[in-house]
Design a binder for this molecule. Structure first.
Ligand code: HEC
Ligand code: HEC
Length: 304
């Protein structure tokens, strides 16, 4: 701030401080006439109350004087008096820059320390998993839920079980996060409702879920169509993001007959956005460390 507005603010400050100072001194000196009975002669409440006279209490005078001195001192040392920068040269911009620099130095130190640790050690490091959890809540929880157990409405998979669409080793998970993923299960309703139900019973039989054996047997030959992506035994194919149908982990629902019929009839396709524009490998490693700490042995993570 400079030029006219600086002078304007300075003028207002001097005027205000001047009036305040004058009133303060004047209030100490002024003599209010006192009647012989010790009152000012002002009468209140129809003569019931008469106004007495007391000096200002010492603590009040002292406090006011201190505040005044403090205020003037502040304006001398810090910015506030128009365009005057203050004797200390302090500014909120410089303070902010200094705080950010300290923060970045701390983070750089942490990153360097984390970079030397194995995924297993990271997952056992309380600071790393706390940062990982924060990053997960900020970036991922909206779709995968706060506890990382997934959301069937969006087709966001559970990230803390042993079942993975795209592979559960650290490298595959890192690629899933940084590059994004989109699986495509085509709609196959054209097979007809009967065939879809047979296939659904066969899918249920794969994981040992309750099913109709006759219908499952009828569905088995049809599964050739599915095995192109889900593998001949339904164990899944991480190259295509086709999940295993032989475990009891389901992404798009609870794995009941109606849900499986719906997936086969209408198809499904989840979209995992790419995070590399927003998160680096360092952040990704600590997120995976948190996932790992939540999943324990269930994460099939190996290597770096
Ligand atoms: C907009 C919703 C959304 C957000 C936000 C999101 N994801 Fe995903 N994520 C998905 C969906 C949907 C899939 C399944 C993609 C597919 O296979 O079709 C997925 C898949 C994944 C996979 C692969 C899972 C597997 O079984 O192979 C990982 C790992 C993953 N997400 C981690 C993350 C992390 C970590 C974040 C935060 C940095 C994140 N996701 C943010 C929706 C999201
Ligand atoms: C072109 C490859 C492809 C073919 C063919 C295919 N699928 Fe899929 N299927 C996928 C992919 C990829 C997903 C995961 C989609 C996603 O989550 O984004 C999937 C998901 C599923 C799911 C949901 C799994 C879960 O965890 O919720 C079921 C059930 C399923 N498929 C059954 C079948 C059956 C039965 C057939 C044969 C009739 C079949 N699929 C054919 C690729 C395929």
């Amino acid at each position: 701030m400079n030029g006219f507005w600086s002078l304007w603010v300075m003028g207002l400050v001097v005027l205000n401080a001047g009036i305040t100072f004058f009133l303060f001194v004047w209030a100490q000196k002024v003599e209010i006439p006192v009647l012989p009975d010790g009152t000012t002669g002002h009468v209140w409440a129809h003569g019931v109350l008469r106004e007495g006279l007391r000096r200002l209490p010492r603590w009040w005078v002292f406090a006011s004087a201190s505040f005044f001195v403090w205020g003037v001192g502040y304006l001398l040392l810090f910015p506030g008096f128009g365009g005057f920068k203050g004797l200390l040269g302090w500014s909120s911009h410089a303070q902010h820059a200094a705080d950010v620099a300290v923060n970045e130095a701390n983070i750089a130190e942490l990153k360097a320390r984390f970079a030397k640790m194995s995924p297993e050690d990271l997952a056992a490091n309380p600071v790393a998993i706390r940062i990982g959890e924060r990053l997960f809540i900020d970036n991922c929880a909206a779709c995968h839920q706060r506890d990382a157990r997934g959301n069937p409405l969006l087709g966001a998979p559970n990230l803390v079980d042993a079942s993975w669409h795209w592979g559960g080793d650290t490298a595959s998970i890192t690629t899933s996060i940084l590059e994004g993923r989109q699986g495509l299960m085509p709609p196959l309703g054209s097979l007809g409702a009967d065939t879809v139900t047979d296939l659904a019973h066969y899918v249920l039989s794969l994981s040992g879920a309750p099913h109709d054996p006759a219908r499952a047997a009828a569905g088995e030959p049809q599964f050739a169509l599915c095995s192109a992506c889900h593998g001949p035994t339904g164990e899944g194919n991480p190259v295509l993001g086709a999940p295993s149908l032989v475990d009891s982990s389901w992404t798009w629902g609870k794995g009941d007959l109606a849900m499986i019929e719906h997936v086969i009839t209408d198809g499904v396709s989840g979209v995992m956005p790419a995070w590399k524009g927003r998160l680096g490998t360092d952040e990704t490693r600590v997120i995976i460390a948190w996932l790992r700490s939540q999943a324990g042995d269930r994460l099939a993570m190996t290597g770096r």
